[in-house]
Design a protein around this ligand. Structure first.
Ligand SMILES: [Zn+2]
Length: 188
């Protein structure tokens, strides 16, 4: 989350390495996109406002979660979230704190994976979240096979091992076709 990473993409039989910003920077980029300038000189927002609000909300939740843990263990807070996140690693947690931190870290990572994207906001199905029952709060990133709920009181996340169960739930509760198929047909 705090360091850049490289993925490989195969195009026409050739492998290209794609360098990505740290996931936290990608999340910040969704909140405050480095907008392009239109022909009339105005800034063109690179991301739709609802996606930005989701990203801002989760960024604040991560900032808060990291700050609470650090200040609870007497570590001085820096103003940079990534610095604070790295400081989490230097604290000697007991086994229960470590398990809880591990669960939170998985959640934070999933939020970043779902809410950041290079070209499109995440898929928002018109279905209720199976964890909190709120409608329209699910955000699904089909290309990364991850999903999360953005309801502030709900911390539900799905990864590659649980995303299929969420897909079944979405189909069963809103009668929509399989979300994978929606994306597949719209991208042709
Ligand atoms: Zn929920």
């Amino acid at each position: 989350m705090t360091d850049g990473y490289v993925t490989s993409t195969i195009v026409s039989g050739r492998t290209y390495a794609v360098r990505h910003l740290p996931l936290l920077d990608q999340l910040a980029e969704v909140i405050e996109p480095s907008a392009g300038i239109g022909a009339d000189g105005r800034r063109i927002p690179a991301s739709a406002p609802p996606a930005r609000i989701d990203a801002l909300d989760r960024y604040m939740a991560i900032t808060y979660g990291v700050a609470v843990r650090l200040s609870g263990s007497g570590v001085r807070l820096a103003s940079d979230l990534k610095v604070n996140m790295r400081r989490l690693v230097g604290v000697s947690w007991d086994i229960y704190e470590l398990r809880s931190l591990d669960r939170d870290a998985v959640r934070w990572l999933t939020w970043c994976r779902v809410l950041t994207g290079w070209d499109s906001p995440p898929f928002t199905p018109n279905a209720k979240c199976p964890a909190c029952g709120m409608r329209g709060t699910l955000r699904v990133r089909l290309d990364r096979r991850t999903a999360c709920c953005v309801e502030p009181s709900c911390d539900a996340v799905w990864d590659t091992s649980t995303i299929d169960a969420l897909g079944d739930h979405i189909r069963a509760t809103n009668g929509q076709p399989e979300p994978l198929r929606i994306v597949a047909t719209s991208s042709v």
